[in-house]
Every structure is written in structure tokens, then in C-alpha cells.
Design a protein around this ligand. Structure first.
Ligand SMILES: Cc1cc2nc3c(=O)[nH]c(=O)nc-3n(C[C@H](O)[C@H](O)[C@H](O)COP(=O)(O)O)c2cc1C
Length: 192
């Protein structure tokens, strides 16, 4: 058995870089294609590929923010302009964001729950792929992943839902680590 030390070290130290610290340069088209290829290489019961991706880049990021601003303004009229302006900036400053959508539907054999998990796998592999190619990544959902109108405005079809918006860009910093769960406290052995 050979230990893959590079992979092990990565898994032991991987860290999200939050969106405010992601900036240009954006991934090249080749890197983007490779990231999406890696994102698709995940455990997927039934090989259904029950996910799809929506890419927001360039001017589309600003347009997406404008749509969220309008929806938020109608939804929360009591909010002040300063608070609402935040909505315009969700897809900035990271140069690219990839929405990961679960396309799970009832299936005779594969529970929808498992299809949802497969989409989550794709989202996390996308984060790993970004890291592998030298970029930082931040998986967020925020309110708009749970709001039908906002999700539709961002490209979800009826019955679909976003499991992730993965912001990707060049990391401007490495964040301090956070406390990590103690695996021992989370593990028991089953004895019957
Ligand atoms: C399903 C899911 C949704 C998340 N949504 C958000 C979010 O909306 N905003 C946010 O700041 N972090 C969100 N996170 C957490 C970050 O992706 C990240 O895990 C966190 O910043 C901790 O960093 P770490 O990945 O280095 O542990 C979400 C994570 C998951 C798995």
C-alpha cells in the first residue's frame, strides 16, 4: 500500500477561503473545464448524475446581484437601502461562481435523498478541484438557495434546487484554521 502523502496533507489541511478574499485572476477556461470534470467524478448511486452546473462570470455576476436586490427589496420592504445593497454583491468579488443544482426526481430504485447527496458530492469535489488547481473556493447557500423566486431567477427550473454556490478565485489570504470536530467524540463502535 502506498500512502499518497500529497493527497493526505491536502485533506488534513484544506480550508475554505471566504468570498471576500477571492479575486482575479479567474480560472482559465481550461481550468474551469477541468474543475467541472473533477466535480462530476463522484460517488453517485445509480449513475444518474442528478446535478447540473450554472456558471456566473463576468457581467452575469452583476446581473445576478441586481436580480437578488430586486427580489429582496420586494420581499423585505422594511429593509434600508444600505442593507439591500448587500444583495448586489453576493457574486462579487469572486471572479466566478458555480451554482450546483440538484436535479433529483423520484426514481424506482434510488431514493431522492441519495440523489441529493450525490449533488453534494459534486459540489465538494468542485471545491477540491479548485484547490487542486491552485484556487480558493467557498461553498455558500445563503437565503437565495432556499427561496423559490430567487432560485428561479438564478436559473433553477421547477423541481430543482441549489445545493451550492461555489465561489472560486485566486486566494488573497489563507484564513486561520477553525476548531475542527473531534472524530473520537463523533464515533462509536457498534457491538450488537
Ligand atoms: C451546504 C452548505 C452551505 C453553506 N452555506 C454557507 C453560507 O451560506 N455562508 C457561509 O459563509 N458559509 C457557508 N457554508 C460553510 C463554508 O462553505 C465553509 O465550510 C466554512 O466557511 C468553514 O470553512 P472550512 O470549509 O475550511 O471548514 C456552507 C457549507 C455547506 C456544506
Amino acid at each position: 500500500m502506498t500512502v499518497n502523502t500529497a493527497l493526505r496533507d491536502y485533506l488534513l489541511t484544506r480550508r475554505t477561503v471566504t468570498a471576500p478574499f477571492l479575486s482575479e485572476p479567474a480560472p482559465s477556461p481550461e481550468h474551469l473545464e477541468e474543475m467541472l470534470t473533477i466535480a462530476c467524478r463522484v460517488p453517485d448511486h445509480g449513475k444518474l448524475a442528478p446535478w447540473r452546473f450554472i456558471v456566473y462570470e463576468g457581467e452575469a455576476r452583476r446581473m445576478a446581484g441586481d436580480r437578488l436586490y430586486e427580489i429582496a427589496k420586494a420581499k423585505w420592504p422594511e429593509r434600508g437601502e444600505e442593507q439591500l445593497e448587500i444583495e448586489r454583491k453576493h457574486f462579487l468579488p469572486a471572479p466566478i461562481t458555480i451554482g450546483v443544482i440538484s436535479t433529483a426526481v423520484p426514481h424506482f430504485k434510488i431514493p431522492e435523498f441519495e440523489q441529493l447527496l450525490a449533488a453534494g458530492n459534486a459540489a465538494f469535489n468542485l471545491c477540491h478541484a479548485a484547490n487542486a488547481l491552485g484556487y480558493g473556493a467557498h461553498w455558500v447557500t445563503r437565503w437565495f438557495a432556499y427561496d423559490d423566486q430567487a432560485s428561479a431567477a438564478l436559473g433553477a427550473q421547477a423541481g430543482e434546487r441549489f445545493v451550492a454556490f461555489v465561489h472560486i478565485g485566486t486566494a488573497q489570504t489563507r484564513l486561520d484554521d477553525r476548531d475542527r470536530p473531534d472524530p473520537e467524540a463523533l464515533t462509536t463502535y457498534w457491538h450488537g
